[in-house]
Design a protein around this ligand. Structure first.
Ligand code: PRP
Length: 185
C-alpha cells in the first residue's frame, strides 16, 4: 500500500460528488420518514463505515426514531468475505417487537448484512430492513439486496464518505475511486 499525506492526490476520480450524495440522502431520508412515521423504529449504525452516512441520513428523517450503534468484526479464515461476523459492540436496547432499520455504507458480497440480519432476527423484532448508501451488485455472493439504496456502483475501489482503505479516507466529502498504485502491493 502507498497511502499519501495528501488524500486528494490519491483519488483517481470523483464517482459521486458531495452535492449528489447530499441530494440523494435527503430523498432517502424523506422516503424513510414517510415509511416509518408512527412506527416504533430503531435505526442501527454499523460501525465504522456507516457513521458518516448515518449521521446525515437520520437528520433527514423527520420522524421519531431511536439511534443505536453496533460494531461487528469478521472472523473465519481471516477475510471479511467469509461473512461470518462477531458482534464486537452490541446495541444497548431490546429490539423485540420493534422495527429495525440497519444503516450500512456499502453492500459488497452481501455476507455481512446477511449474517447481521440473521443475528438480529433471532431477537424477534417486528421487522428488519436495510438501507445502504452504495450497492455493488457485481460482487454479490449471496441472495440479498438492500431494501433502500442510494447508488448502484460498478466494481471499483471506492473510498470516502465513510469508506476506507486501512482506516484512511473516511473523511472525504465525496465517494471517489482510488488510484490503483495506492492499494496495490
Ligand atoms: C465494510 C462495510 C460493510 C461490509 C460490506 O465493512 O462497511 O459492513 O464491509 O461488505 P460485504 O457486503 O462484502 O460483507 P468493513 O469490514 O470494511 O469495516 P468498516 O465498516 O469498519 O470499514
Amino acid at each position: 500500500m502507498n497511502i499519501g499525506q495528501d488524500m486528494q492526490k490519491d483519488i483517481l476520480k470523483v464517482l459521486i460528488s458531495e452535492e449528489e450524495i447530499s441530494a440523494r440522502v435527503k430523498e432517502l431520508g424523506e422516503q424513510l420518514a414517510n415509511d416509518y412515521r408512527g412506527k416504533d423504529v430503531i435505526v442501527i449504525c454499523v460501525l465504522k463505515g456507516a457513521c458518516v452516512f448515518f449521521t446525515d441520513l437520520v437528520r433527514n428523517m423527520d420522524c421519531q426514531l431511536e439511534m443505536e450503534f453496533m460494531a461487528i468484526s469478521s472472523y473465519g479464515g481471516g477475510t471479511k468475505t467469509s461473512g461470518v461476523v462477531r458482534i464486537a459492540k452490541d446495541i444497548d436496547t431490546s429490539i423485540t417487537n420493534r422495527h429495525i432499520l440497519i444503516v450500512e455504507d456499502i453492500m459488497d458480497s452481501g455476507l455481512t448484512l446477511s449474517h447481521m440480519k440473521k443475528l438480529l432476527e433471532s431477537r424477534s423484532p417486528a421487522s428488519i430492513k436495510t438501507v445502504c448508501l452504495l450497492d455493488k451488485p457485481e460482487r454479490r455472493e449471496c441472495d440479498i439486496t438492500p431494501d433502500y439504496c442510494g447508488f448502484t456502483i460498478p466494481n471499483e475501489f471506492v473510498v470516502g464518505y465513510g469508506l476506507d482503505l486501512a482506516g484512511f479516507y473516511r473523511n472525504l466529502k465525496y465517494v471517489g475511486v482510488l488510484k490503483p498504485e495506492v492499494y496495490s502491493e
